[in-house]
Each structure stands twice: as C-alpha cells, then as structure tokens.
Design a protein around this ligand. Structure first.
Ligand SMILES: [Zn+2]
Ligand SMILES: [Zn+2]
Length: 235
C-alpha cells in the first residue's frame, strides 16, 4: 500500500475524530477562528482587469503593459499572499492534505466569483505532473476545485488539461523566465471543453505565467473563455 495513501487516510480519520482547530493559531472550535479570519487581507480594491493585481486608477498594471498575459481572459485572487493565515492555509493544503481547510478556502474563491460577477460552465484545477501527483498523493488545486464546484454547482473536469512535462519551481524566476519555464508544459488531451467557459483554479498567482500557459492549452482545445481564480496574489 503506498505511503501517501496511508498518510491521506490517516489525515482523513484525524479530521473526522479531532474537534476542529484553527489552521493558523490552532485555537479550538473551528477551522478558521474569527481573529485569524479578520487578519486576512482580502483584495477588495480596484484591480488590473487582466491579472488582478491591486491598482489605483488605471485599467492595467505596469506588468500587463510591458508583458501582457496572452491567453487568459483574466485572473482574480481572493487575498494577498503576504499575510499569515492565508500562507498557513496554503501550506496545510499543499503539504498536509488538510481537506477541511480546502472547504474554508473554496468559500473565499466563491466570494471572489461573486465580487467580480464571473461565470463559467466548468471548473478545471491546474494539474500537477503525474510524477509530482504520485509523490504528493493528491493535487491541492483539485481539492479547492471540488469544493468550489459544490458551492457553485458546477462540474469539475480533470480529464482534459494535463501537464505534459515537469517544470522548475517558479519561485526564483523573473517574469520572462517564468513564461519560458511553463511554455508548452500543458496540453488539452481531448476536446471535452470545446465551447465551454472555464474557471481555472490555482492556489497562488505571482505573474500569472502558469495560468496563462494553461489557458493557451485550453483555448487550443477550443475552450470559449478561461478565467483564472487563485486564493492568493503574491506581489
Ligand atoms: Zn486562529
Ligand atoms: Zn496586470
């Protein structure tokens, strides 16, 4: 039996047996306590209409003037990455398979959809490469997508978009390097999303390069529109 399966089942049982504790400060009573909820800086100001970066008065941010995203209709993020509760939430989602956290976070994505009045027919999580998913045992973006699908009553598609090659971590790369790193890393495996409006789900957006590369593949598969939704925006 693979270790990741045992780990996952163990975590699942713990989630069931233990009373909920705040994923940030560990206070008992709920998965996210009121105090930590109030610390989250949601993005509720004007944003760049393309990449979702908070801005003052213009329609586009500087990055979108210089290196515009090419395929995605736009990206919207729920909160700033720079604050602790969101950072711990994403960490737990990514490395500890904390499924209850995914439910709390999916609500933030649903609120973002409502705030920006976005519409879609189907939800697609940004896929991990097969080998990465095997090692981790699950895809954190799928957990978010699944809960968001429940909230919005939309189906989740995981059979069309695939990551065709491994990519380096985007962390230390600049804007152009990030694009080169993920260029052609995704492909549409079939035409099940032809004519469909897609919400593409990822945990963090930095420059939008990954979402844009996914949108290129989805549009090559004839998706009608692709809106990126991410939990956090790293500036
Ligand atoms: Zn707390
Ligand atoms: Zn922008």
């Amino acid at each position: 039996m693979p270790a990741s399966w045992i780990q996952q089942s163990g975590q699942f049982l713990l989630d069931l047996l233990l009373p909920p504790r705040c994923f940030h400060c560990e206070a008992a009573g709920s998965w996210l306590c009121d105090e930590c909820f109030n610390q989250i800086q949601f993005i509720d100001t004007a944003v760049c209409h393309r990449c979702g970066t908070p801005i003052d008065a213009t329609l586009k941010c500087q990055q979108c003037f210089i290196h515009p995203l090419q395929y995605i209709d736009g990206i919207r993020s729920a909160a700033y990455f720079d604050d602790n509760p969101i950072r711990s939430a994403i960490h737990q989602l990514k490395y500890r398979n904390h499924k209850a956290v995914a439910a709390v976070l999916a609500q933030f994505l649903a609120d973002t959809v409502a705030r920006h009045q976005l519409a879609a027919d189907v939800i697609v999580p940004v896929p991990l490469h097969r080998s990465r998913q095997k090692a981790r045992g699950y895809n954190q973006s799928y957990l978010l997508a699944k809960h968001l699908g429940d909230l919005l009553n939309l189906p989740v598609n995981t059979t069309t978009l695939e990551r065709t090659r491994q990519t380096k971590s985007q962390m230390s790369l600049g804007v152009q390097e990030r694009r080169q790193n993920v260029a052609d890393a995704f492909a549409a495996h079939n035409n099940r999303l032809a004519g469909q409006r897609v919400f593409l789900i990822d945990d963090v957006c930095t420059t939008g390069a990954t979402s844009d590369a996914c949108a290129a593949a989805l549009k090559a598969g004839n998706a009608a529109t692709v809106w990126g939704l991410t939990l956090a925006k790293a500036l």
